[in-house]
Design a protein around this ligand. Structure first.
Ligand code: OOG
Ligand code: MG
Length: 271
């Protein structure tokens, strides 16, 4: 049979097939049934990261470039909803990025949602184990506002944790703000972030919504990557996680995330 019960035996051809399954959905902008329902019920987290790695490799082979890693499922609410204790990570690519104030075409997505995030730029590489919040703050050059567009390739955003890991954590778009703040000039756990669409407040939260403190999210990332012999690199734009719930977007929308602590704002419109 096609399905493998023995995890260690998930062979290269299955990894390739599953990564192509999600890649085709992204490229064709057509939703798919989650992997754990359609192809491999026993997909586990380690295997899911193998599929994600192959997906990233395929994108790089096409000449697409990594802008930086992103953390996901970093809020208490999302963790509870998925019944997990650990956040997940994926990667934002150059083709996903729109400049601050620019236009994003809804036609590039399946069922896009937006969420306000806090982004980091480090001045030195970080690699776990043992990376702490203080290590992150010490290594942080700038904090900046960011809006992330998530677009799960799965029907109705319906997925298990391994499914969403294999799908590069729904990464689909990112807009980074141009206001750069030094980490010592803002209280990252209390800073307020408000998501406004067409002049109406959709949701608001504080930095603490991201694993208690956004720098904690970056520390967790450095520690997770360290387990794989990888690291968070200086100069990358790193998305720490969502501050509010994700809100669906449609053509005509004007989306703004406003930050307290003089962090500024970031916006885009949808065409
Ligand atoms: C997974 C992406 C999660 C975040 O910030 O939590 C994420 C999803 O909810 O589709 O990017
Ligand atoms: Mg996110």
């Amino acid at each position: 049979t096609y399905y493998r019960k023995d995890v260690s035996e998930m062979d290269e051809s299955i990894i390739k097939e599953l990564s192509q399954y999600v890649l085709t959905a992204e490229e064709e902008k057509e939703e798919i049934i989650k992997i754990t329902e359609a192809l491999r019920p026993e997909l586990n987290i380690d295997e899911a990261y193998m599929v994600q790695e192959e997906l990233i490799r395929k994108k790089m082979e096409k000449g697409q470039k990594v802008i930086g890693p992103k953390m996901g499922i970093t809020s208490e609410a999302k963790m509870k909803q998925m019944n997990v204790d650990n956040p997940i990570y994926g990667y934002v690519f150059d083709y996903m990025v729109t400049e601050d104030g620019g236009a994003v075409s809804a036609g590039n997505f399946i069922h896009p949602k937006v969420e306000p995030e806090i982004a980091f730029i480090l001045s030195e590489d970080l690699q776990g184990p043992g990376i702490t919040v203080d290590d992150v703050l010490e290594a942080t050059e700038f904090i900046l506002p960011a809006l992330e567009i998530i677009d799960s390739r799965y029907e109705n955003f319906n997925f298990t944790l391994p499914d969403v890991i294999a799908d590069n954590t729904s990464a689909a778009g990112a807009v980074y703000g141009t206001d750069l703040t030094k980490p010592e000039d803002v209280d990252l756990d209390t800073v307020e972030v408000t998501l406004v669409i067409n002049g109406e407040v959709q949701d608001a939260g504080t930095g603490a919504a991201i694993l208690g403190h956004p720098a904690n999210s970056i520390a967790r990332l450095a520690n997770m990557l360290g387990e794989k012999g990888r690291k968070v690199s200086a100069g990358e734009r790193i998305l720490a996680g969502a501050v509010t719930q994700a809100i669906p977007i449609k053509p005509g929308d004007h989306v703004v995330a406003k930050y307290g602590g003089e962090m500024g704002e970031v916006s885009f419109k949808v065409t």
